[in-house]
Write a protein that binds this ligand. Sequence first.
Ligand code: IPD
Length: 288
Amino acid sequence: MSANLTPPADLDVRALRDLCEQLAREAGALIVDGRPDDLGVASTKSSATDVVTVMDQRSQDLVRERLAAARPRDAFYGEEEGGASGESGLTWVVDPIDGTVNYLYGLPAYSVSVAAVIGDPATDGAWRPVAGAVVNPVSGECYVAALGEGATLQVGDAPRRTLRVAEPESLGQTLVATGFGYEAGRRRWQAAILAEVLGDVRDIRRLGSAALDLCRVADGTVDAFYERGLNAWDLAAGWLVVTEAGGVVDDGTGADPRTAMVLAAAPRTHAALGARLRSAIAVVGEGD
Ligand code: IPD
């Protein structure tokens, strides 16, 4: 972790976490309420994707409006149009719909991810999250974390549960989540890496929302997650949920997670899968 990313002593990370949760829940309700029931069978694909784009933007605009009122001195960095600089040193990093393809098809595995970070989220390795929330508005899962305060999961109105990563006995018993980018060359590289690794792990899951994949590492419903090509908004809240649940999140070599690779798991699993991924990359090539 970079030395200059120490949060100010008076930063109220619990209050930030609670605001992350409130915003992610509110945006989550918006995207569910605003999704037409027949979206997946719309007459043309482009009209369906237009709805998704509009809902992405509306979700982000809602979060931004709330933050402009509640935290006017902070910066904003989201997946959709409309960033803003700030003067407090804190930036809100938002994925208004993570898992947009699932959202398009009505697969109930999409989320809203809201995080407060220090540093510069547009630069790999130059930022870290201090509070975050990931909400799946269909399942009612709400994952939250604050730096030094642990990570919890609440499902619907059930009591919050403190999260702890699972440590399987061996790589061969490790259930690994991963994902694929949108660009064809990147996907081919990812598939080649996966083909190398697949024989050495319990199985693979491609669930379709990186933010939720990370949270699933934290709650032990998968053992590990890796992916090349994530952006800060896919990663910011889930990164903290995993580390506050006792997991390790980095780029597979000990440096902060970055576009080139994000690897998340309990410590021993992280080391074993990291080594296996490095040997796969040695065979397949570095890719782009
Ligand atoms: C995508 C999802 C997916 C991951 C992709 C991301 P989006 O985010 O998180 O699981 O594999 O790399 O781009 O586009 O749905 O916000």
